[in-house]
Design a protein around this ligand. Sequence first.
Ligand SMILES: Nc1nc2c(ncn2[C@@H]2O[C@H](COP(=O)(O)OP(=O)(O)OP(=O)(O)O)[C@@H](O)[C@H]2O)c(=O)[nH]1
Length: 603
Amino acid sequence: MTTVPIPNIRNFSIVAHIDHGKSTLADRLIQMTGGLSDREMAGKEQVLDSMDIERERGITIKAQTVRLQYRAKDGKDYIFNLMDTPGHVDFAYEVSRSLAACEGSLLVVDASQGVEAQTLANVYQALDNNHEIVPVLNKIDLPAAEPEKIKQQIEDVIGIDASDAVMISAKTGLGIPDVLEAIVTRLPPPKGDREATLKALLVDSWYDVYLGVVVLVRIVDGVMKKGQRIRMMGTGAAYDVERVGFFTPKMQQVDELGPGEVGFITAAIKEVADTRVGDTITDDRKPVSEMLPGFKPAIPVVFCGLFPVDADDFETLRAAMGKLRLNDASFSFEMETSAALGFGFRCGFLGLLHLEIIQERLSREFDLNLIATAPSVIYKMKLTDGQEIEIHNPVDMPDVVKIAEIQEPWIEATILTPDEYLGSVLKLCQDRRGNQKELTYVGSRAMVKYDLPLNEVVFDFYDRLKSVSKGYASFDYHLTDYKPADLVKMQILVNNEPVDALSMLVHRTRAEGRGRAMVEKMKDLIPPHMFQIPIQAAIGGKVIARETVRALRKDVTAKCYGGDITRKRKLLEKQKEGKKKMRQFGKVDIPQEAFIAALKVDS
Ligand SMILES: Nc1nc2c(ncn2[C@@H]2O[C@H](COP(=O)(O)OP(=O)(O)OP(=O)(O)O)[C@@H](O)[C@H]2O)c(=O)[nH]1
């Protein structure tokens, strides 16, 4: 039994910064190797992005894999397994698991833009996985392309040889044959032992309405066959393999998958939750003794409450979330009740983009109108009685006198920005309690590294960064550690009663600014009532900002002089209708927009 190279296979990913052309290149590779006919490609711009929202936003969310057949210039036939990876920082975890299943990466860099924050983050992950890297300069059709300069940049910043980078235009198709050849000649083949006991990596799993749970596997040793009884080593569960196959991207079934191959299996697995991504799959009758290294599970880092605007939608919301979770184990939810917003769910996400995508899918695919409460991170609290607890909902915060210390998560952020916006970027980071760690230059652009509290980033950091840099700055981050923080629970009181859905944990120095901005927004959006309504931001018993909604002077019908009764009725009807979209809170009706606006303030 020996581990040998499997010479006719190449497994690789494409790593790139968002918009540098990863999906366009993937489509070209599929097209040139005959995976799909031109007719099938037509009308679908990006074949690998299967979800509508993905296509619309141009962001690849769920990692997908296709098998391509290629006859190289050496006259031999090769099998390529192209593992698609998402480019956005929230999905770094999905990138890492795709990378673990292959031996090499094409590093795509936009020749008119150069190296960006996610280029760095993704290529470092590929290098961590011992990948061979082939640099590919894309968009050389653009007049602004500067391939020689960008090659130098790749060498200076990333430290890999870019002298024979492949120059392409994924859009026009120029240079694509060179990419195919480079995959054969420059990326290493996988290694494995066909005679050994089955050992495979569980790369991904998802729910398909026709096939049930589909598991994406990378075979390391041995073979996986139809009818074979397999065991998932992490969970201990055993299954009989029903189908074996791969995607071209069309589904194709085969009898078995051998070492070095990537493909899918189905096996009467009930739920995606029964499969653990990173698990080792082996033969149930003669299991291997050692598991593959696997990878860390994706854990939610950002939380918020989601409440239906219309209370009658609660069950629909529950069902919709259940459906989304079937294919996204990193999204979590549990029921929550709020005095202000009624029944809803506390949800956990990988990051802000993940939150936005889920929210958008709920409203678009399930036609739900939702209010999201302020995003929160996980805080660690040491209590005076020695207990340690974790909190991601300000509502659960214990009484301050019981808290000995609060700790919050910090991140290391890498930001690349054109020099002219550097001042604004530094100010933004500084305002968000950041500590600058490093400032270097990548060509004419500055690269800054900052330590920042995650809690300051989850609000609107990314939007602000884009706006202060006119869209030119790029950003990537990873969690580092927890540090003690002077955080306080800020409450918003409407008519002297705290509105639970608007509570948040903020840094003491930032509380006043945020509180003031929130009460100002609410003041403009809460309609006048028959009485005066104070709106206050408070920490403990101390009011830090206050606005007042003045009382209505007259009854709405007063100006009708008691004359025209139908007109009077109409006015009353109208008033009633307006009320429907409000939340009755104590004696005050708060419109939905007021919640949404208060939670969206930037300060
Ligand atoms: N001019 C030019 N435009 C290109 C080229 N390749 C891609 N584009 C365009 O660049 C944009 C981004 O391309 P995508 O392939 O969606 O980029 P991506 O890296 O997959 O982005 P994400 O899926 O968001 O990670 C699209 O509008 C493409 O049409 C190229 O070679 N030349």
